[in-house]
Ligand binder design. Structure first.
Ligand code: NAI
Ligand code: MG
Length: 352
């Protein structure tokens, strides 16, 4: 099979991890007779600084016919974060109805968790985060700017389509995994949106009676991510809560640099988008030490989505084997001294 993939490396370490991971991905695809046609789009903050927009006006149309999209990261010290985020990533996730953000957290053998007494495989859960609305809806405004009576309003939006899609995807995943779903909510304080959210979870549960549902308030869930992460399997959460919890998930699984993510339109009407969880990391940009593994594992999610399971497994196993090998190169975020390129070159030799 041949696939047309759009690659948007973006800013900072986004371009570094994407470029160095490409040979690893090509190797895994080759090994299983899968061919990839890459179209590279140099959209991002440099474009914004030069032309006033993160991507061209017809950006979504250019992406529309690809089988999938791969994004590095966006974010630039000279451009406000809300501009970089809304001008590219959110345009794509909203425009292509990528309601489902799936983010696995897995503690690999050979990785030291900041949590005591947790070893390889002890942390293994996946967060299903609502990806198109909720607290990240662009709803609100500011009035009387600069005056004493200045106000800002930021509203959260919960639609039946957006909520039901993420909840259903999470129940599906729970059915395929351990049959357990944790609903992370805050319906005690947010009596409109989050009570609606809980109602939808209950409603969809009717279609999946065999799944056991646990309901946790987000503050308690945060504590339990640290206290008893082994008990989580599939978690469903709103946009903001899922965003925060998945950084925590990355932290307890060893590093932000290891964490993969996907933005999925379950109807497959539009291409889905895959990206590492991390951002453009100003603090290490240009040093050549960004961990490429979160990117490689995001390509794993891409191949799984395109039903090329053998390619996905090839990448996953190469990562697992490298991390378990105490003599293999690793980047500083996971205790090594090697750079992005050395890690990627080594991964390439392990791909089957
Ligand atoms: P960040 O994820 O870029 O970095 C957080 C910390 O993790 C930093 O100390 C960084 O060095 C480390 N880190 C991240 N990825 C790493 C990797 N692959 N290897 C080794 N260490 C890694 O988050 P931060 O610093 O809050 O944001 C920087 C910029 O990125 C901002 O402009 C922000 O808006 C943007 N951002 C973009 C995202 C996206 O494009 N999806 C996601 C998160 C942030
Ligand atoms: Mg985030």
């Amino acid at each position: 099979m041949a696939y047309d993939i759009a690659v948007v490396p973006g800013d900072g370490i986004g371009t570094e991890v994407v470029d160095h991971s490409m040979p690893v991905v090509e190797e895994a695809a080759d090994a299983h007779d899968v061919s990839i046609n890459i179209t590279r789009y140099d959209w991002g903050s440099e474009r914004y600084l030069a032309e006033g927009a993160m991507m061209p006006e017809d950006g979504l149309d250019r992406l529309r016919d690809h089988d999938a999209i791969f994004l590095g990261a966006v974010g630039h010290p000279d451009v406000p974060d809300h501009v970089t985020l809304h001008g590219l990533r959110l345009e794509i996730t909203k425009g292509f109805k990528q309601h489902v953000c799936k983010r696995p957290s897995y503690l690999f053998e050979g990785i030291t968790s900041p949590l005591r007494n947790y070893g390889g495989g002890d942390i293994d859960f996946v967060v299903y985060r609502q990806n198109t609305e909720g607290e990240y809806a662009d709803l609100g405004g500011r009035e009387y700017e600069g005056f004493d009576n200045e106000v800002a309003v930021q509203s959260a939006l919960f639609t039946r389509e957006g909520t039901e899609t993420i909840v259903r995807a999470a129940f599906e995943a729970a059915t395929e995994r351990a049959g357990k779903l944790t609903n992370v909510t805050k319906s005690n304080a947010q009596a409109h949106g989050m009570v609606f959210w809980d109602d939808i979870v209950e409603e969809v549960h009717g279609d999946y009676p065999d799944v056991e549902v646990e309901r946790l308030l987000v503050d308690a869930a945060s504590m339990d991510f640290v206290r008893r992460p082994e008990e989580f399997d599939v978690i469903v959460a709103s946009n903001l809560f899922g965003d925060i919890l998945t950084d925590l998930g990355a932290g307890i699984s060893g590093s932000m640099g290891l964490a993969p993510s996907s933005n999925i339109d379950p109807t497959r009407t539009h291409p889905s988008m895959f990206e590492p969880v991390h951002g453009s990391a100003f603090d290490i940009t240009g040093e050549g030490i960004a961990n490429p593994i979160g990117t490689v594992l995001s390509w794993e999610l891409l191949w799984d989505h395109l039903d090329e399971g053998a390619v996905a497994r090839g990448l996953h196993n190469a990562v697992a084997e490298q991390l378990a090998d105490s003599g293999a190169p690793r980047t500083p975020d996971i205790g090594g001294e090697s750079g992005t390129e050395a890690v990627a070159n080594d991964l390439r030799t392990r791909v089957e």
